[in-house]
Design a protein around this ligand. Structure first.
Ligand code: FES
Ligand code: FES
Length: 163
């Protein structure tokens, strides 16, 4: 039996029917067709599927789609401006952090949620904050430096950072 799920996806009221065991990652990719959350491990280990659920970064492969009724889900698609990039995306690009790019959407979501909660982090805090997101290309230092640059205002003051 399918379960009806009504939630807000990237600012849009959304209604889908899912199998009770379907994960949010599967629902986003296979039902809705949003492929920015990537399936790396499908076991909560790699972070490539990271999205925001009510403002908090979560690994969408560990969340049952049926549990997000009434909640707000934001994917990379929901924070990327129609033209241009967010400061975090811009910083990742300028730092040359993405290599294959498979981890990058999850990194963007994790970094965005992290900076919203901790706008003036130390490098150690950034590395801790991104520690749930694995990068098989080994771009950790570049990702962390990019987040520090954003936090330090290299991409504009906090109040002017757009999403
Ligand atoms: S695919 Fe979800 S944590 Fe790896
Ligand atoms: S850039 Fe390749 S996995 Fe991170």
């Amino acid at each position: 039996m399918k379960v009806k799920v009504c939630f807000n996806l990237n600012g849009v009221p959304t209604e889908i029917l899912v199998n009770p065991e379907m994960t949010l990652l599967e629902a986003l990719r296979d039902i809705i067709g949003l492929t920015s959350p990537k399936c790396g491990c499908n076991h909560g280990d790699c972070g490539s599927c990271t999205v925001m659920l009510d403002g908090k970064a979560v690994k969408s492969c560990t969340v049952l789609a049926a549990t997000v009724s009434g909640k707000c889900v934001v994917t990379l698609d929901g924070i990327t401006p129609a033209t241009g990039l967010t400061p975090i995306q811009q910083a990742f690009l300028e730092e040359g952090a993405p290599q294959c790019g498979y981890c990058t959407p999850g990194m963007v979501m994790a970094a965005t949620a992290f900076l919203e909660k901790n706008p003036n982090p130390t490098m150690a805090e950034i590395k801790e904050g991104l520690s749930g997101n694995l990068c098989r290309c080994g771009g950790y230092d570049k990702y962390a430096k990019a987040v520090k640059d954003v936090a330090d205002g290299k991409y504009g003051p906090v109040s002017e950072r757009s999403e």
